[in-house]
Each structure stands twice: as structure tokens, then as C-alpha cells.
Design a protein. Structure first.
Length: 407
């Protein structure tokens, strides 16, 4: 064999060996941002400061979850490096931080970014860059629009579906009910108005009144007074935890007792109900799709036990009864399944392909009967919910699991 041929053979062998070690397909090695032979970089933005800073705990919990995964060997032989930045729920800062994550940190994909307005500010840029934008911490219906945003996917049941369920239940109890809707002036809040309209149809104009607030408003007291003056039977608070808590408190102060619904994202016992006082929230209704750590019914549940063990070992500073932590842990479990399905090919194309290929996935912390399903034309991973009511100091579920697609 000639010296030239021998060198060529050795060079080819070395290239094959390098590819085998990295686990990347040869065609992917040059176009797999954020992935090396030993590491996968994941990016996120959240609110560690600002008006919804309580939700920033989700990123801290997920950081602990990935640390646990790394201690167990990582995924595909790689350690997960989770990079998240504070945007203070300020869309301008979100733009700056997401560009930093994609263009400087060179992350493989974005995960569980918080907030409707922050995500709205960057969704077109992210999709143009073809970066997976997965399992967002939002409730807006638009995050399931696979045509407009093929690289974006929400996680929780749509706010619009939730509002439809609330409205239908209220009408089942009082067919002539009049509705009041307090809504945050963004896509999240507007979805609640749309959901009520979906059910009431042409009756909406005469049977409902809607009043908005801004996320920067110090209180929503004046909006609650305005809504009360319309003399409704039902109040739907389509807003985040801070303002849901204010609504509960103001209703109590006014002695106003409508059938009151709050969003699942504002249903935390520790962050919403306890600071207000559970005695002020009796009869409050919300929806659920994740088990409640505070519910004695799950005291011996394997999924909840695993979560509590995780919290004690990897996130001891976190509150195990905080619903935001259990939510974060649940979403991270779904991401782990997506990455395992990648089977070592962590190209952006394949990560998105696997995110689009979840079939009846059972997660131990989801309520029984609720499954994760996605496809290239279904970017609503969860479409099932169950109603729950505050009784004494916690939530009590009632009725059957409801499939949103059948509404």
C-alpha cells in the first residue's frame, strides 16, 4: 500500500472514531449547535425579578433536575448544561437574553421559557432561526399554532380550553348565568375572553362583561368593583397568581360571592391561597392536570414520593408543596423523554422531530388518565383537565377528566 493511501486510510479511520465517540451522525457533526461529545446546552429565560418573580423558582427546580440527571450519567453520554437568564418579565430584556443564548451561548434549543409577552417578543426570531422552542411556561392558545410557529410548543392545557370548561360548568349549574371576566391584557387573558365567547356565542354581548388590567398595575381593585357593578353570577379571573390573589381578597372584602374561577397557573396553594388566607377562598374553582402534593390522596403515590425525594436531595431550599416546583419537575420529565428518544442525534431537526412524536406518554406526576400527545400538527401536548374546588385548606377534585378536543 502506498504511503499516501495509508495516510488516507488512517485519516478516515480517525474521523469514524471521532464520530462514534461523539454519537453524532457525520452529516450532523457540523450543524449541531450546543452539542459536543460530552455536553448538551439548553437555554431559557425566566422571571427571577419583576412582577411575577415567584414563578422564577421553576427554572431553579429544573436546574436541580438536570443536576440529578447528570449525576446519573446524563443523556446519550452527555451532561446537560442548563443556562437561564432573568428577563424580569420585560419583553425587551427577553429579546436581549434570547439573542445571547442563541448567538453567544450557542444553545441547542430553548426550554420552558416563562411568560406570554416575553415569548411573544421572540417567537418569530426563534422560528426564523429554526431553534426548538419547547414546552413553554404559558397558557396561551397561540402556542399550539404549528402553522405559524412550527418550532414552538406550549405545554399546559390552553387557557382557551380552560375558559370553555369553566363556562360550560357554570352554565350546567345555572343556565341563565351572567358572566364577568377579569383578564390580563395579553394573549393569555384574551384567550379567557375567547373561551367564554366560544360557549356563549351570540349571548356574550348580553350575558358577559370583560374588564382588562395590565401586568404592571399595582392592584386590580377598581376592576373588581366595576365587574361587581354588572351584577354577574360568575367571575372568571383570567390572570396570573399575583392578581388572582388580589381578586380573591377583594371579593372577600366586598362580601361578594359569585361562582369564582381562577386559572390553573394561579392555583398554587402556597403562593396564591395561603398568603390570602384559605378562609377567603372557600368554594373557589380552578382546573388541574398535575397531582397536588398537599392532597392527602397522593400521600402514598409513587410519583409524588419520587418528587419529594428529589426535592429533599437536589433542591432542599425549594418548597415541596409549591405547585410551581411540581410543574417544573413534570415538564422536565417530558423533556427527558424527548432527549432519550433522540438516541444520540441531538441536531435541532431531530430534537424537534422527537418533540413532535410523543404518543400517550404517562408522567407519574400527571393526574390519572391525562396523557402527553404531540404530532407535527398538534403542538398542544396536554388537552385534558379536571375541575377542583377549595375546601378548607386545599383543593378537592370533582367530576371527570375532560378532553378539551371534545369541547
Amino acid at each position: 500500500m502506498s504511503t499516501i493511501n495509508r495516510r488516507a486510510l488512517l485519516a478516515g479511520s480517525a474521523a469514524i472514531a471521532t464520530t462514534a465517540v461523539s454519537g453524532l451522525h457525520p452529516s450532523r457533526a457540523g450543524d449541531t449547535p450546543g452539542v459536543t461529545a460530552t455536553e448538551i446546552k439548553i437555554g431559557s429565560t425566566t422571571s427571577l425579578s419583576g412582577p411575577v418573580s415567584a414563578l422564577g423558582v421553576q427554572a431553579r427546580c429544573q436546574e436541580a433536575y438536570f443536576r440529578m440527571i447528570n449525576e446519573k450519567g446524563g443523556i446519550g453520554g452527555r451532561q446537560i448544561r442548563y443556562i437561564y437568564y432573568d428577563d424580569a418579565f420585560n419583553p425587551a430584556k427577553t429579546v436581549e437574553q434570547v439573542r445571547r443564548l442563541i448567538e453567544s451561548d450557542n444553545v441547542a434549543f430553548l426550554f420552558n421559557m416563562l411568560g406570554t409577552a416575553p415569548n411573544s417578543a421572540v417567537v418569530k426570531y426563534i422560528n426564523a432561526a429554526k431553534v426548538p422552542h419547547l414546552f413553554l411556561s404559558v397558557n396561551g392558545d397561540k402556542w399550539g399554532d404549528d402553522q405559524a410557529y412550527p418550532w414552538t410548543m406550549g405545554f399546559a392545557p390552553s387557557a382557551r380550553i380552560e375558559a370553555q370548561v369553566f363556562t360550560k360548568y357554570a352554565l350546567s349549574q345555572n343556565a341563565n348565568a351572567k358572566f364577568a371576566v377579569l383578564y390580563q391584557n395579553d394573549d393569555l387573558g384574551k384567550d379567557f375572553v375567547s373561551g367564554v365567547k366560544d360557549v356563549l356565542g351570540p349571548r356574550f354581548g348580553s350575558a358577559a362583561v370583560a374588564v382588562s388590567h395590565e401586568v404592571t398595575d399595582p392592584t386590580i381593585d377598581s376592576q373588581i368593583v366595576t365587574l361587581r357593578n354588572s351584577n354577574p353570577d360568575v367571575l372568571i379571573s383570567g390572570t396570573t397568581a399575583k392578581f388572582a390573589a388580589q381578586a380573591i381578597r377583594k371579593l372577600f372584602e366586598l362580601g361578594w360571592k359569585p361562582m369564582h374561577f381562577v386559572t390553573s397557573g394561579a392555583a398554587s396553594i402556597s403562593s396564591t391561597i395561603m398568603p390570602v388566607g384559605p378562609e377567603k377562598a372557600q368554594g373557589l374553582i380552578s382546573s388541574a392536570y398535575i397531582k397536588d402534593v398537599s392532597d392527602p390522596a397522593w400521600a402514598e403515590d409513587a410519583g409524588i414520593k419520587d418528587f419529594l425525594d428529589f426535592m429533599a436531595k437536589y433542591f432542599p431550599d425549594g418548597n415541596p408543596k409549591e405547585a410551581y416546583n411540581l410543574y417544573a419537575y413534570t415538564v422536565a420529565q417530558v423533556l427527558k423523554i424527548v432527549l432519550e428518544q433522540c438516541k444520540g442525534d441531538f441536531s435541532r431537526d431531530n430534537i424537534m422531530k422527537q418533540a413532535n412524536s410523543l404518543k400517550d406518554v404517562e408522567i407519574p406526576t400527571l393526574l390519572p388518565g391525562i396523557r402527553v400527545n404531540t404530532s407535527p400538527t398538534n403542538h398542544h401536548p396536554l388537552q385534558q383537565i379536571q375541575l377542583q374546588r377549595i375546601e378548607r385548606t386545599g383543593w378537592t377534585r370533582f367530576g371527570e377528566v375532560i378532553q378539551g378536543a371534545n369541547l
